[in-house]
Each structure stands twice: as structure tokens, then as C-alpha cells.
Design a protein around this ligand. Sequence first.
Ligand SMILES: C[S@@+](CC[C@H](N)C(=O)[O-])C[C@H]1O[C@@H](n2cnc3c(N)ncnc32)[C@H](O)[C@@H]1O
Ligand code: SF4
Length: 322
Amino acid sequence: MMENARHCPALFMQLCTTTRGDYALCCQAQQQLNPTPEWQEWWNSDEINHKRKQMARGEWPRECSGCQQAEQQGRGSLRESYWRNYPRESIEQAIAQWQRTRRAPDPISLDLAVGNTCNLKCRQCNAEWSSAIAAEQGVKVARPQAPQEWYDTLPKEPLHTVKVQGGEPMLQPRLWRWLRSIQRPELTRFEMVTNGTRDPAPYRDAMMRFRERVIFVSVDAVGKRAEQLRRGTNWAQLVQNVKQFQSWPETYTALICCVYRDNIEDIAELCEWASTHKLDIIWNILEEPDHLSLAHVPAAVRNRLPMAQLPREVRLALGESL
Ligand SMILES: C[S@@+](CC[C@H](N)C(=O)[O-])C[C@H]1O[C@@H](n2cnc3c(N)ncnc32)[C@H](O)[C@@H]1O
Ligand code: SF4
């Protein structure tokens, strides 16, 4: 049991796709790995098996530095959350099968980045995730939308979790067509990370088919500051959309905040706003690009931060000892 805890369930349970049309270890470890178009080839490749073996030895693959740092700083990692989210028995069985055969069972969850179509140009984001940033930079590094046929190639139902990201998931009509075609949605948990700019009402029926919903709305600051940092956001509209999610049954709605050099002074106000609106905040501490990370918060800014009002995870990420 303890030995297995070194593993990451993501590498045994869930297929993570990228806007490039290939696969990644998870939504946090997005580096380009094996550019094979077939997920089966990727899932049993030497490359992913090498990462699984590294973890079995208690080593961290370089792509997993986000979790490594989070665990070393004692602020909870994505890997730990996967251990909580999947039935322990299923994880243990998948690892045991892989240990016997060096092949993992087919993934039971999907973490889908389906294309970079996005209406925002957030300061910390990049062309792989946002077509608006790609257009501004004049680069083409991702596909705007996955082809409809691609959805038919995904692992088969029943699925434990389907998590959708974008670009912006509510700007992906083919994704919603596919979600509506899922045969056994009552067995599946639906998760979405959205920029909160779109009215979710037209997609409500598609989301309500699932067993439960977990909606993360990306918010990096409050009001005008939110609009400055996540360029293209209309704060009043975003608040309306968040309230709409909150009014749905069996729907856990939370904020996800990317914490970085440019919004560290906005965090205390965001915490207060979220608490008033009964919203939890998931803290996503930025690692890349390095120049925007917390390591580059100027000393003068750091000295005036209201530490007591900052959440534990953020204080730990700032290197504070608690
Ligand atoms: C890339 S977006 C895709 C989904 C959707 N467009 C949104 O903004 O919620 C997913 C999450 O990644 C975060 N993000 C953007 N750039 C990042 C970076 N450089 N490092 C870590 N997270 C980042 C966003 O704030 C958002 O919460
Ligand atoms: S909304 Fe999401 S994908 Fe679009 S630019 Fe912002 S973080 Fe990137």
C-alpha cells in the first residue's frame, strides 16, 4: 500500500489529451512527449512506462515538478488529489496489472484539452491554450478544434470522469455534440475548467445528464483587476455566470486561481470576495513561464503583502514557514 502511494493514479486511470492533438501525463504536466496520434500506442509506450517505473522507484519524472514542489512545500499536490478522487481499489488493481504485464488497463477517465479556441488573452497563458494569443503572436502551435471523428477514437464507456478544458470548453461545439452523445452519463462525473465568460444556460442540459458536476471557474482577481489580468473578461457577466452554476443541483462550483507574480497583491481581496459568495478557491501556483513565477515577486511587493490574510498554500508557495 505505502509502496503504491508513490505512484500517480493519473498514469494508470486517465488519458490526458492536449490542444496539439497528442497526450500529456496530466493537465499540469503538459510538455510534449510522444507525439503519437493513437492513444493506445501512447498508453503502452516505452515513454509512459519509463515515467511509471521512475515513480515506482520513488523518483519524480521531470514533467511532474509541479507536484514534486507542492508536496515538498507541504501544500497538497494534484497527485494526492487523484488518490482521493479514484476508488483506491481500482488504482491498486490497475497498478498490479501493470506490474504483472507492463501494460496498464485502458483509462477510465478523460482529461480533455480539445483545441485552443479561446476568447481571452490572459497574461500568464500561451498560444497552445489560446487562439486569441496565437493570433496576436502570429503562431500556430495547436489545433483550434479537434475533428469530430477524433472523439470516436477516445476510450470507451463507462467512464469514471470526463474533465473538459479548452482553450475555452464552451467555445467547442464538437465537444458538446460528443458530450451529448455519451450513452451512460449517469455513471460519470463531469468536470469543467472554464474562463466563465460564456452564459452556461445553453449547455445546462448536456451537463445535467451526468451523475454530478464539478465546475471550476478561473478567476485571478476581482473586478477591474480581473479584467486587466484576464484580457477580454467582463467581470459583471462572469459573476452572473458563476451564480448560475451555483444555482444548479448536484453541482460543486469553485474558483481556480492561478497565483503568480502579477496577481499576488490581488489574492487577499479575492479570498474575501470568494468567502462572501460561498466559493472555495483552488490554488494553482504558476511554474512556467519562470519570469512570472512567485520567485520573481519584487522584494518591495513581498514586504507589503498582508501575509495573515493569504491562504496557507500561497504562503507556503512564497516560501514562508508556517
Ligand atoms: C489553460 S486554461 C483552459 C480552460 C479555460 N480557458 C480557463 O481559463 O479556465 C486552464 C487553467 O490554466 C490556468 N493557466 C493559464 N496559464 C497558466 C500557466 N502559465 N501556468 C499555470 N496555469 C495556467 C488558467 O488560469 C486556467 O485556470
Ligand atoms: S481563458 Fe484560459 S485558455 Fe484562454 S487565455 Fe485565459 S487561461 Fe488561457
